[in-house]
Ligand binder design. Structure first.
Ligand code: WQD
Length: 346
């Protein structure tokens, strides 16, 4: 049975990908130091799949500890690398923290992949590599632009490092450029667990709706878009997760045409911030307390994907629409709230 190492397996996309891999017959292990995630996710994965995933709580910046995982698991056939910091605003305030964590971790991992001859490597990249695109929808050939943040720069550098690595290594690489991952597993047993005040739109919406936040801000409604708010391509985390399983299967079947291939993971639909809020209100029946505020520095005006390559080459299909994204995000928020209330009462 193929064994896949998922780094960041306790995180938002990592935990959902572990579920999908298990449901598709893969043996899995995880590396996650829980600096930005919770081992609580492993409990949810176990409840959904019946599998207790082994997580190595080590830091990828520690080469010896990382190498020891590969030594203990010589049957690893693929790596899916999620573990990285990903808050755009924090990366502007703490650039060296981001370059050190995201790039040192990646390089240590690649050195182990090379030493232990792991054939397949899938990298968590992001549409942020496109910056403010001149043309939308963006294809994989749309020129990347100077990143708007150190976070985005680490994704661009990560892609370059892997391109150069794949030219001389025996491993094959896939770069998956996510658009905006949102929502939660339909069971509401795993989902997004932002630390502190949520930076991203959907957790800000659900935390405002549940009352954790008194209100939320819409960062600008004076953009040149149909309703003045920014446009994004929101994609359900379970659709993103399954794309990783398909990518690993594609590489394992040697269907790749080059040693390093790129795929956009978005629905292809652009949605404004206000449309996302109104869809949430419709799905949840909750009137959201939001205000229009100033623009957020670094925000791109509009971006959404041309996803034809992933659909045609990986056989990827979108199963969740915007209403399902909001419905599952809301169900997850309600479950966390209930669990927190129960913990307070005990
Ligand atoms: C979306 C829109 C905000 C919060 C970033 C990364 C990307 C990926 C997802 C990791 C913007 C607006 C938000 C709020 C708001 N990261 N917004 N009020 O910035 O598109 O993408 O996170 O996978 O790589 O770049 O996502 O959810 O922060 O913002 O009005 O309280 O919602 O201005 O227009 P973003 P986001």
């Amino acid at each position: 049975m193929a064994k896949i190492l998922v780094t960041g397996g306790c995180g938002f996309i990592g935990s959902h990908t572990l579920v999908d891999l298990i449901e598709n017959g893969f043996q899995v292990i995880s590396i996650d130091n829980n600096s930005r995630s919770s081992a609580y996710s492993l409990q949810g994965i176990a409840e959904i799949t019946g599998t207790q995933v082994k997580n190595y709580t080590i830091d990828l910046k520690n080469y010896d500890e990382t190498r020891a995982v590969f030594q203990e698991n010589p049957d690893i056939t693929g790596v899916i690398h999620f573990a990285a910091y990903k808050a755009v605003g924090e990366s502007v305030a703490e650039p060296i923290l981001y370059y050190e964590n995201n790039l040192f971790g990646l390089i240590n991992l690649i050195k182990c992949v090379e030493e232990f001859n792991v054939p397949d490597f899938v990298f968590s990249s992001s549409c942020t590599v496109y910056g403010n695109p001149d043309e939308i929808p963006v294809t994989e050939n749309t020129p990347t632009k100077k990143a708007e943040s150190p976070y985005g720069a680490t994704k661009q550098m990560g892609e370059e490092i892997l391109r150069d690595f794949s030219k001389k290594a025996t491993s094959s690489v896939i770069l998956l450029r996510y658009f905006n991952p949102v929502g939660a597993h339909p069971s509401a047993l795993i989902g997004e667990l932002p630390i502190g005040r949520p930076q991203n739109l959907v957790p800000a919406i659900t935390q405002t709706a549940i009352g954790k936040l008194p209100k939320m801000m819409v960062y600008g409604n004076d953009y040149p878009t149909r309703d003045g708010s920014c446009i994004r391509d929101y994609i359900h985390v379970c659709d993103i997760a399954h794309a990783h399983t398909l990518a690993i299967q594609y590489l394992a079947a040697k269907k790749n045409k080059t040693h390093c291939e790129v795929f956009n993971l978005g629905t292809g639909d652009g949605v404004t911030v206000l449309e996302a809020i109104h869809t949430f209100e419709e799905v949840s029946g909750v009137a959201l307390n939001y205000e229009i505020g100033p623009r957020r520095p670094g925000d791109v005006i509009a971006i959404y994907a041309n996803n034809n390559l992933a659909v045609q080459e990986l056989g990827w299909e979108i199963h969740y629409d915007l209403k399902a994204m909001m419905k599952t995000a809301w169900a997850w928020e309600q479950r966390i709230f209930q669990a927190e209330q129960q913990a307070k009462n005990n």
